[in-house]
Design a protein around this ligand. Structure first.
Ligand code: F6P
Length: 374
């Protein structure tokens, strides 16, 4: 007869380090007598469909270095799932399956979307603890998230490699880097890889400024340029319209009008998805320099986690079990100044940790002469 039943799921985009976190929680938990660990496949979809896997110690061996998530993942939301072709709120079914499995707590590993979904389940009465994972590093109240360091290394290596080809052909190469609406990954990899221009969502850019800085480099005999472009980077013109629309959505109280405005914003985001290619064409026109684009995409999330991410995920995973024992529910396990702390989910949700404009990385980038497009 078990005395503590822990459920676990992984949700949102996979990141290197998730399996290290599952192992950290699992190995700690299963070393106590009477503890049972039940995994749910494919995120919130899996708990809704009651697709379970019961962990034993053997299943937790050999996964520390594996990328992805052995549980599978999805971007499904408990309150908005497609079931039999219709969008439905499946919260009640999830609550039912939580109790059917006699869970004492459900651990949700994920990024900002997962924190929000987990908070929703906590408000529905479930005992929830979350861990922060995302390559975007954009979760508030934690100094960092696992996955970020690995992606940073991959993006930096890509910039390193692009240097020799850009230099040989005297080209501009734009390298698009993930990060959603935050610029941590592009800024970090851009600085570490020595990009000549770094464009991040927090600093809207002017094409004229970028073109001038590239032409200035040419004048100094530097016939190539590498531009690290965050996928969320916006021109000043686009940012003005987009931010005005977002403010309008925030203020709108009428439900129908709000959803119409949201649809308008989705359309803008669809157009923006090809922004790096458009920017490349514009820069070629402005500078007369042959220009190419590399979109790193999901390469940044694939493969084995870095040593730092394995360590961070293990630290958070093992600490998670301590918080379970202390019944610190409705919280996210976070890192703050090297301490592991539990932050109430209501403080975490509906926020994005953007790069502050006075962040030391921005200062350093400017100090070494990197153009930030403004
Ligand atoms: O949140 C992680 C992330 O990789 C973002 O950087 C990116 O915008 C998004 O996920 C891509 O999502 P998907 O894997 O669903 O295409």
């Amino acid at each position: 007869m078990s005395t503590l039943n822990i459920g676990i799921l992984t949700s949102g985009g996979d990141t290197p380090g998730i399996n290290a976190a599952i192992r950290g929680i699992g190995k700690t938990a299963l070393s106590f007598p009477g503890v049972q660990l039940i995994g749910f496949k494919d995120g919130f979809r899996g708990i809704m469909e009651n697709r379970t896997v019961e962990f034993d110690n053997k299943m937790l061996s050999g996964i520390l270095t594996l990328g992805g998530t052995i549980l599978g993942t999805s971007r499904e939301k408990p309150y908005k799932m497609i079931v039999a072709g219709h969008e439905r709120d499946m919260t009640d079914v999830i609550v039912e399956n939580y109790h059917r499995n006699h869970l004492d707590v459900l651990v949700c590993i994920g990024g900002n979307g997962t924190q929000k979904n987990a908070f929703h389940l906590a408000k529905a009465g479930l005992n929830i603890i979350t861990l922060p994972k995302t390559i975007d590093n954009d979760i508030v109240h934690t100094d960092t998230t696992f996955g970020f360091d690995t992606a940073l290394g991959i993006a930096t290596e890509a910039i390193d490699r692009l240097h020799s080809t850009a230099s040989s052909h005297h080209r501009i190469i734009l390298v698009e880097i993930m990060g959603h609406k935050a610029g941590w990954l592009a800024l970090g990899a851009g600085i570490a890889g020595g990009a000549d221009v770094i464009l991040i969502p927090e600093i809207p850019y002017s094409i004229k400024t970028i073109a001038e800085s590239i032409l200035e480099r040419k004048k100094q005999g530097k016939s190539f340029s590498i531009i690290a472009v965050a996928e969320g980077a916006m021109s000043k013109e686009f940012a003005r319209v987009y931010n005005q629309l977002s403010e309008k959505i925030e203020k709108e109280e009428d439900k129908d009008k709000k959803s119409r405005l949201k649809a308008e914003r989705k359309d803008m985001e669809k157009i923006h998805a090809t922004n790096t290619i458009r920017l490349a064409n514009q820069l070629q026109e402005h500078t007369g320099i042959d220009t190419r684009v590399t979109i790193l995409g999901h390469l940044q999330r694939g493969g084995t986690p870095s040593a730092y991410d394995r360590l961070l995920a293990t630290k958070l995973g093992t600490a998670c079990f301590d918080f379970i024992q202390k019944k610190e529910f409705g919280k996210m396990v976070a890192v703050q100044n090297n301490d592991i702390v539990a932050i109430p989910l209501e403080k975490v949700v509906k926020k994005i940790k953007n790069v502050p404009l006075d962040h030391p990385w921005i200062k350093s980038a400017r100090s070494v002469g990197t153009c930030l497009g403004d």
